[in-house]
Ligand binder design. Sequence first.
Ligand code: SF4
Length: 693
Amino acid sequence: MELPSRPKGNQLLPPGEMTDIRRRLRLLASKHDIATVIACAFDHRTRILPFIFADLRMAPGGVRAVGSALVDSGMTKTRIVLQQWNKNFSPQKMRLDGRIPDLFLVSSMHLHGEECDRLIREANAIDEASRPLIIAGGPRIIYEPWHVFSANPDDPWGADVAITGEEYVLLSLLEVLLSIKSPRETMRQTFLRARDSGALDAIPGIVYAQSSSTRGPAEELIDTGIQQLLGDLDELPSPVIGYSLLEKPGKSDKLALHALTDKEVRKYSPIGSMVLTSGCKFRCSYCPIPAYNQRQHRVKTGERVAAHMGDIAERYGIQFFFGADDNFFNDTARTMDIADTLARHKKDDPKKFGRLLYATEATVHDSIRMQEHLPKIRESGLIAVWMGVEDLTGTLVKKGQSESKTLEAFKLLRSAGIAPIPMMMHHDTQPLISWGTNYGIINQLGVLRKAGALYTQVLMLTPATGSKWYEETFSSGLAFSTVNGEEIEPYRVDGNYVVASKHARPWMKQLNLLIAYTYFFNPLRMLWAIFFPKSNLPHLADETRPAEEIAKLPWRKRAMRWLKRKAKTQLLDAAIQCVGMAGLFHTYRHTIGWMLKLVTGRIERAAAPPISRLPMRDPAGGPAAHALPGTATQVQSTRTVDLISIEPAPQLLQLSLASGMGAERSAASATQANQPTSASGPAPESAPARRAA
Ligand code: SF4
């Protein structure tokens, strides 16, 4: 199921609201001493191609953005722990400023779900009186928030609240809590009070658990609806601060006294991720991005992008960025505003901007459409574009790509000095090799390599939460529920494992993925690449330091720099082959066992997507915006009634009564939802408006 949109005209926050809430929060935060730990969940079993190595060298943007927003809003005691760097981190042992933090935030993607749950369970075990308020967020929670609330009354664990939106939703929640917090209360106690009074119901974008007894296990989830998006990304706090909050990598289960120093940041995170734009005009059925963005395209201005990149480079020494764009070339004017500004800064201030390079994602269709602008875009520092080619023949999905168009886009990009990186999607009907056509995955990789692909990713079509095809992959019997008696663990749902296929021998699809990668990354190709590299792109060997600086160098140093630059273009392709082969070794190590299970084990297929086992509803009792079809909206509780007290007969009877708790609660919430949350709080939203969303 795709996430629903808010009503037309109401998808975006009013201009200036994000800036305003940051200002309001600073005033509130100055009256409280809040310590926060933000954990980024990471399952180390996901360390295979195509992201292996980059996964440890790029501090994720999401948690950095949240950390930046908190510090910017006055909550300066904030630390970010990346599980990719701190595998043994234990929430039970975390201390910040000598105490258990007031807030514990966990961000997770779906494939890191097991670690996310472990972190939350551990935090639950902290003594009730000092337990932090546990807030879950990230892509896993945005689409399926119920995962972080246990539905088992005998094993109750869970986050206190799940955020199904972006930074603004978190800041809104904190604004409500800080505006009513008494100095004697913990943040969690304030949260429980706010929750029980219905004060949270006017914040679109959160899900919390409700129970009939005061502190009992979760019985139902209240979903306050779809978030309002920030339209002007310039209103986001500067991402520069986030790097200074990172916990130093290590084996300890505790937090260090201090975060990484500025000088250490580049050593551990030489790649900086950055939001430039958000949203895409295409509507691929397997992709959740357009619906998540409520069909909006949101951007930062060129000046803002340049300021952030320049500041990060100056403070931490990071020179290479990866744009977290869905389709960077989506809108010509907006792309060119960023490209023109960066190119101008490179020219005017080569000391600060001269060495800055970046890579991002864009479509084949838009790469061709932007052809006249590609030289200027390269001038701005763009050196690689990841492109969702998926299937050259367009059989699986059509989004303006075909063999001829893809090759044209490759030619245009390469001649401008930009490396195209194809992202391929293998599927049931695609053979390994085809004769006479280019339908086979090996044929397609051959064509793309010949056209100049330096790197690639080949993933299997997998159910993607929040996409149009999601339920169908289950109801059509494509998705597996168990293989060899083993449930499909979240870390396997990343496209690298065959977990959905109607092929008679699904293990062959798994083998095809390995063969496809082996075809692309192998010693022969590496040797060939030393002499005939695909990395001989225009401008790759250009001098990046200012001409006047170079002129001052002795001729030997100048000659060495020239040699180094030439060697880089000559050997880069072979070096990438080496990286690919090292990644492939880990990919074999992890996925070959799964392939054997597919060969020998029994495959059970799922009949329906995994819905929330807890009922979900909106505060007014209507269907929850984030619930999948089939999710209950009312609590079906079983109460035991001892009839001895009302009947003379001595026998004990049990009656199962379907309680109307959901409806009772909704009446109360509907009233409360229309009350202002605080004098300075966000404008209350009516329950009908949320239902419509
Ligand atoms: S082009 Fe890419 S980002 Fe856009 S909808 Fe398709 S898969 Fe998603």
